[in-house]
Design a protein around this ligand. Structure first.
Ligand SMILES: Cc1ncc(C[n+]2csc(CCOP(=O)(O)OP(=O)(O)O)c2C)c(N)n1
Length: 329
């Protein structure tokens, strides 16, 4: 808490509004901080103001030092409230539509079904530093379904990995941003687009982090049609074998692949049971709901000894119809 000598109630109200945390929760936390002698307020000499105690100041200095050392580079965005996150994702959807329309080609539906997951990870969850994309301790994100590159590019530009102006050059000859992610692009961990390969790469990253004791987590987004690739299941077995609990896979379960509905092309169900049988913790959510995505990520943080897969039910082109309807109102 940034206590200084501000009124406790106005400080808590401001935090409550900005970060969408109930005031009652904050009040309870303030009481706990006071009991721990980290802050003081409501004293006889100063009945209304909140102040850091010497111990509180000492701990704050330690936290700041940690921050400056790059241990926690979440930036302001990670503490973003849900409403702000949803608003930013809505704006990003528009950016993606314009990018693909300008380019005259690109996988629009695939990008829109995936954007809530990608944006929630980068804007509200992952530890990363756009100013230092190679930061060793960063969390990693790999886009298995590389054809959803417009969504990844929009989010990376939003984070500041490269200028937003690059987005209008999507798929242009000589441009930075081509149809599939390339490792030369700032913020892109691995070139992808050939379906089925990313989980194997992610295994290597997650295993390496475990062996070196690094705190980082590795996130992968796979398409549901991508699960047709046998390599995915080889990699799934490997991840379970090595107990990669620092690895989280999202499956963008939009029900479609290039040539039709997944259940018609090559049935995937029962998918929960399949992943479970491969030794994974399995969660199922609405993948177009940032709130559910964040909740599932919280759950995955607590899983020990095995990797987590989040089967994220989405709609291909998600958000478009809703926005059109809202504008007509
Ligand atoms: C190895 C490989 N085979 C084929 C393709 C061609 N391809 C591009 S997108 C796509 C469909 C992928 O479907 P899905 O993973 O469900 O993604 P989404 O429905 O979200 O677009 C295919 C087959 C490819 N990129 N890589």
């Amino acid at each position: 808490m940034e206590a200084g000598s501000r009124l406790i109630t106005s400080t808590l109200k401001e935090i409550s509004e900005r970060y969408d945390i109930p005031l009652s929760t904050l009040k309870l936390n303030a009481k706990i901080l006071r009991e721990l002698n980290l802050i003081s307020y409501g004293t006889a000499s100063n009945p209304r103001c909140a102040e850091l105690s010497d111990l509180g100041r000492f701990i704050l200095d330690l936290v700041k030092a940690d921050y400056l050392n790059g241990v926690d580079r979440l930036a302001g965005s990670s503490r973003m409230g849900l409403r702000e996150l949803e608003a930013r994702i809505k704006a990003l959807r528009r950016v993606v539509v314009v990018m693909v329309a300008d380019a005259g080609s690109g996988h629009l539906g695939s990008s829109l079904s995936a954007i809530d997951i990608i944006a929630t990870l980068y804007l509200a969850r992952m530890r990363h530093d756009p100013g230092n994309p190679g930061w060793e301790e960063r969390d990693r994100f790999l886009l298995g379904k590389g054809h959803a590159a417009p969504a990844l590019y929009a989010v990376l530009a939003e984070c500041g990995y490269f200028p937003r102006a690059e987005l209008s050059g999507l798929r242009r000859l000589g441009g930075l941003l081509q149809g599939h992610p390339e490792a030369r692009i700032p913020g892109v961990e691995v070139s992808s687009g050939s379906l089925g390969q990313c989980l194997s790469v992610a295994n290597g990253m997650a295993l390496s982090a475990k062996l070196s004791g690094a705190e980082c987590r590795v996130y992968v987004l796979l398409g549901d049609g991508e699960l047709d690739e046998g390599q995915v299941w080889e990699a799934a077995m490997t991840a379970a074998r090595f107990g990669l609990d620092n690895l989280v896979v999202f499956v963008d379960r939009n029900g479609f692949q290039l040539s039709g509905p997944t259940e018609r092309v090559k049935p995937l169900e029962p998918l929960v049971e399949k992943w479970r049988a491969f030794g994974w913790m399995v969660l199922e959510i609405d993948g177009n709901s940032p709130e559910e995505i964040l909740r599932a990520l919280d759950e995955s943080d607590a899983v020990e000894g095995r990797p987590t897969v989040i089967l994220a039910w989405t709609s291909k082109g998600g958000g478009l119809a809703l926005e059109t309807a809202a504008q007509a109102d």
